[in-house]
Design a protein around this ligand. Structure first.
Ligand code: CO
Length: 208
């Protein structure tokens, strides 16, 4: 698809919205009150709004390669802070996906330049869960499981933030770990229990 086509698609889309509701963009411009923050992969096949069936204004979105929430990633941490503190979302979703190129790349030894330190975050996840991964039958099973474990670790990274901990305690904010299966179109809820997962680490991560 050409860039010109993208712009012409936009023209048609905007015209269609106004035809259906003349106030559509006036209402959209008046503000946003999404209830969910979605953190997902940049992969073009994992289209957050489309696969969740939501309209503009309904979810706050952050995407990067392999849905990482690095401990010093100001972009991801800024999004979380804004979503929790200002938008007051009640749910944070970290959504990974099977067949994730970022996860695959982290399992190889090739030097990928600036991506190497970035992918190290995923290699750390591999190291943390080395025993479990080593026990799996083959590389394909390890690839599959690393996608899930990465989601779990990124959910933990989300929960390390004091504003998230306060919102969990004070107003029941929930953190969810999901995996999108590109081969079926279905999302799998990993049903992670974040307070339980964080329990033994809380003493070092929580800020009073
Ligand atoms: Co990906």
């Amino acid at each position: 698809m050409s860039t010109e086509e993208l712009l012409s698609n936009n023209e048609s889309w905007a015209t269609e919205q106004v035809r259906e509701n003349p106030d559509y963009f006036t209402e959209l411009a008046s503000g946003q009150a999404p209830n969910h923050l979605y953190i997902g992969c940049s992969d073009s096949r994992v289209a957050a709004s489309t696969m969740l069936g939501v309209q503009p204004g309904e979810i706050f979105v952050h995407r990067n390669i392999a849905n990482l929430v690095g401990n010093t990633d100001l972009s991801a941490l800024g999004v979380i802070n804004f979503a929790v503190t200002h938008l007051q979302v009640d749910h944070i979703i970290v959504c990974g996906h099977y067949f994730c190129g970022g996860i695959k790349a982290a399992m190889t030894t090739t030097d990928l330049g600036i991506l190497s330190p970035y992918l190290r975050e995923i290699r750390d996840v591999y190291r943390l869960h080395q025993q479990e991964l080593a026990a799996l039958p083959d590389e394909a099973a390890r690839y599959h499981r690393l996608v899930e474990l990465n989601v779990q670790e990124q959910c933990i990274n989300v929960t390390k933030n004091p504003e998230v901990q306060r919102a969990m305690r004070d107003r029941g904010l929930q953190v969810h770990g999901w995996v999108f299966d590109i081969a079926t179109g279905k999302i799998i809820d990993l049903k992670l229990d974040l307070p339980e997962l964080m329990q033994e680490f809380m003493t070092i991560y929580s800020l009073k």
